[in-house]
Design a protein around this ligand. Structure first.
Ligand code: HEC
Ligand code: HEC
Length: 216
């Protein structure tokens, strides 16, 4: 390659760096702001680096949650909290600060966000009576018979409450049941590491049953 070509390329590279820098810098500042806010408001329960603590507060940085959860799910859960659980609402912080914390949480993962595809999955159709049998047998051990979560004495979150069910799409629930959440007690129900292998139909039966829990 000629000297001249090198120089041109170097210039092009420098121009691109200059153009990119403000965006990167702004993002870094947001992550820093989100990290500070997280330390002040959330770390007492969700622990350093948001790794969670079994039976106390869930992990917010495991790759499966961050890949499947939309910004809408995270922002609105933080804003509204989950009534009837230890997760308080943070509406008073305002949207900008809540967004910064989501940016901070997202800085922990390298997996692409697939929430749009997850949320676009078809709704679950199935038999709630069959779903109840699975739920009582398998899920209730950790999540409680009514999905009350930690209040029921287990390590699973309150998946039978309106605070969770009104924000989670069937696709999000299905994906979580299939994949589980690494480094937590929520193992997936698919593949070799599964707690128990559930078919598509069985998973849908469980989701349809879960949807009846919030109304009870
Ligand atoms: C007093 C303890 C406490 C504090 C403080 C707290 N949380 Fe939580 N958080 C919880 C608990 C407990 C849950 C699980 C609730 C359940 O059982 O469904 C939770 C759930 C969540 C979830 C849903 C996770 C999932 O797996 O779906 C998000 C997101 C979240 N918290 C973010 C935050 C953020 C951000 C802050 C700080 C602004 C915060 N929390 C502060 C206790 C807390
Ligand atoms: C061995 C305990 C255990 C069993 C059994 C279990 N879970 Fe979980 N589940 C968990 C834990 C723990 C979490 C939250 C992960 C964390 O603490 O970070 C969770 C999270 C979830 C979530 C996400 C909830 C949220 O707050 O975002 C769903 C949905 C879920 N489980 C559904 C199920 C279903 C349905 C079953 C039965 C087929 C089941 N789980 C069985 C422990 C369990």
């Amino acid at each position: 390659m000629s000297m001249r070509k090198h120089t041109v390329l170097a210039f092009a590279g420098m121009a691109m760096l200059v153009a990119l820098q403000p965006v990167v810098a702004a993002d870094k500042a947001t992550v820093k702001m989100g990290k500070d806010l997280f330390k002040q408001n959330c770390e007492v329960c969700h622990q350093a680096d948001a790794i969670g603590k079994p039976g106390f507060a869930p992990s917010l940085t495991n790759p499966e949650l961050l890949a499947a959860a939309s910004d809408k799910f995270l922002l609105s859960t933080i804003r509204d909290g989950r009534q009837g659980t230890g997760m308080p609402p943070f509406k008073h912080l305002g949207r900008k600060k809540i967004k910064a914390m989501v940016t901070y949480l997202r800085s922990h993962t390298s997996l692409p966000n697939k929430s749009a595809a997850v949320d676009a999955q078809p709704r679950a159709h199935g038999d709630p009576r069959l779903g109840k049998i699975w739920f009582d047998q398998i899920c209730s051990t950790c999540h409680g018979v009514k999905g009350d979560g930690y209040d029921a004495g287990g390590t699973g979150t309150a998946i039978g409450t309106a605070g969770f069910l009104n924000k989670a799409t069937d696709g999000f629930i299905r994906t979580t049941i299939e994949e589980g959440r690494s480094n937590t007690r929520m193992l997936g129900f698919r593949g070799p590491a599964a707690m128990a292998a559930l078919s598509d139909r069985e998973i849908d039966d469980i989701i349809v049953y879960m949807r009846t829990l919030a109304k009870q």
